[in-house]
Design a binder for this molecule. Structure first.
Ligand code: SF4
Ligand code: SF4
Length: 132
């Protein structure tokens, strides 16, 4: 390739890139749109939880610990979750726990801003008695 042709080709490429739509956004001023199936923060609904422990068994990193008790009154004999905790820092965000949940009590949301000043406030679930 002659020097002239190479120069034109290089300039063309430069101009294409210069006028192309940017693939990045100015975060945090602009919040990027993520796919609805993005695996971000967890949502846990204790009312839907039947304490079956399938989520904890599906987790490869043993992130989930839960406690339950037998219900009374109209829900007599049924399990009722009293504590549900996910260990911050161990989660892979693989989603296996949410997939295993038969009642959709545990789900992953597209919320991706998980940085906090306190580990307990991270996007992982902490329901029930606070640990000391
Ligand atoms: S997303 Fe986290 S808590 Fe759920 S199975 Fe994977 S590692 Fe365990
Ligand atoms: S799999 Fe769902 S219903 Fe079962 S213990 Fe986990 S969150 Fe609760």
């Amino acid at each position: 390739m002659s020097k002239g042709k190479g120069l034109v080709k290089g300039l063309r490429r430069t101009l294409q890139t210069f006028f192309a739509k940017p693939v990045t956004v100015e975060y945090p001023r602009v919040k990027p749109a993520v796919d609805p199936r993005y695996r971000g923060a967890f949502a846990f609904d204790p009312e839907k939880c039947i304490a079956c422990e399938l989520c904890a068994r599906a987790c490869p990193n043993r992130v989930i610990r839960l406690k339950w008790e037998k219900g009374e009154g109209s829900g007599a004999g049924k399990r009722r979750v009293t504590e549900y905790r996910m260990e911050p820092g161990l989660c892979l965000f693989c989603g296996l726990c949410a997939e295993a949940c038969p009642t959709k009590a545990l789900a992953m949301t597209p919320r991706y801003e998980l940085a906090t000043r306190r580990r307990e406030e991270a996007g992982l679930v902490a329901f029930g008695r606070q640990e000391r």
